[in-house]
Ligand binder design. Structure first.
Ligand code: FNR
Length: 362
């Protein structure tokens, strides 16, 4: 038989497609409407080239860094994504162990299939918790309190979801959200129910309110944890994030699952980096599939990247081991890219190491 051992992260997608029911695979893989932004996230990386410096001693490469003061082995972290049990019965417990074994930070999704407490008990590691703020504020307050008590080190407030994007594969497949463990007993079944005429996933999230600076102030009043804002893609919002006291921003378009035709994230990293003026870290996600992508993101000013779908594909294909492999592959590719481009540590990766389309026009 042909060897199916994957040699890169992209190959896990095909393995996941084989392993999963169509409905679940498409829930993970899909994006909003025309999926323009979904594709653009990956394609934009392919239009950035690397300017290697070769007269450099690269016998030792150090990829380690810190995030909000916590050491991680590389600038590659695990993005929050819901419902890992659809990929593997061990769900987020497996993902959490793989992230811990890789010495990196996992951001647990609000919509996880295991609870904040269950994931915290799965293994010892630094983790962040991703939050949606519902109109029913008591839900958010309850989750923040539980996350803090369970030892999560930061709150990642997702701000690009005032309503769910229109994911047509999920509509066609009549994908129904399975139980979200964290909100059990908190969200009334009336709100929780997916009505017969509305097959959209998480239809009750229309109950999510629009987030503004005051919401962040409220959140700060109920927790001591640092708050990262996820879903910032303009300099205007980046400035507001700094003003309201965010501890960091995540440049994200939700992996192309929310507003279609929003820009590829790698193309707006610099805009956000310039706006925050080094006051807080900038993280980027969306379309990171290669170590060279991580290198490009760092060259454009990001401090780290999050990886979303490849983690789910690794989990679907091979469980905990698959997630470890995905992270390991990206790390090895980043290390090789750094060596070949003449960078021995992350701080050596500078703007002059990449050339974007805009650079070529000037
Ligand atoms: C997500 N994402 C997401 N983000 C978030 O803040 N809360 C969530 O619950 C989820 N859920 C979720 C489910 C699935 C199936 C996917 C694919 C994504 C978005 C995620 O955190 C991240 O922004 C993107 O996945 C990054 O893009 P890539 O790496 O998937 O291209």
């Amino acid at each position: 038989t042909m060897s199916s051992e994957p040699v890169n992260v992209n190959e896990f997608k095909a393995l996941a497609e084989r392993a999963l029911p169509k409905m679940y695979f498409e829930f993970y893989a899909g994006g909003a409407e025309d999926e323009h932004t979904l594709k653009a996230n990956e394609e934009a990386y392919q239009r950035i080239t690397i300017r290697p410096r070769v007269l450099v001693d690269v016998s030792r490469i150090d990829m380690s860094t810190r995030m909000l003061g916590y050491s991680i082995s590389s600038p590659i972290m695990v993005a929050p994504s819901g419902l890992h049990k659809l990929a593997n019965p061990e769900g987020e417990l497996a993902t959490a162990r793989a992230a811990a074994a890789s010495n990196t930070i996992m951001i647990l999704s609000f919509g996880s299939s295991y609870s904040v407490e269950e994931v915290a008990a799965s293994c010892n590691a630094v983790r962040f918790f991703q939050l949606y703020v519902y109109k029913q504020r008591h839900v958010a307050a309850n989750l923040v309190e539980r996350a803090e008590r369970s030892g999560y080190k930061a709150i990642v407030l997702t701000v690009d979801c005032p309503r769910m994007g229109r994911r047509e594969a999920d509509i066609k497949n009549r994908m129904i959200v399975s139980k979200q463990k964290n909100v059990e007993g908190l969200v009334s079944t009336e709100v929780d129910a997916v009505s017969e005429n509305d097959f959209s996933l998480f239809s009750y999230t229309t109950e999510v309110s629009h987030i503004n600076g005051q919401d962040v102030a409220w959140l700060k009043s109920i927790t001591k944890l640092p708050i990262l804002l996820k879903g910032i893609i303009t300099h205007e919002d980046a400035r507001i994030a700094v003003e309201v006291g965010a501890a960091g921003v995540i440049v994200s378009n939700h992996g192309g699952r929310q507003l279609d035709y929003s820009p590829a994230t790698i193309n707006v990293v610099e805009e956000v980096v310039h706006a925050v003026k080094g006051k807080i870290p900038v993280i980027v996600d969306g379309g990171v599939r290669r170590g060279t992508d991580v290198f490009k993101a760092l060259a454009l000013g990001a401090q780290a990247v999050l990886v979303g779908r490849p983690i789910l594909y690794g989990l679907a294909a091979k469980g905990e081991h698959g997630v470890k492999q995905v992270i390991q592959m990206l790390k090895e590719e980043l290390e090789l890219a750094m060596a070949l481009a003449g960078c021995t540590s992350l701080k050596d990766i500078t703007r002059s190491h990449v050339r974007t389309e805009r650079d070529r026009c000037q």
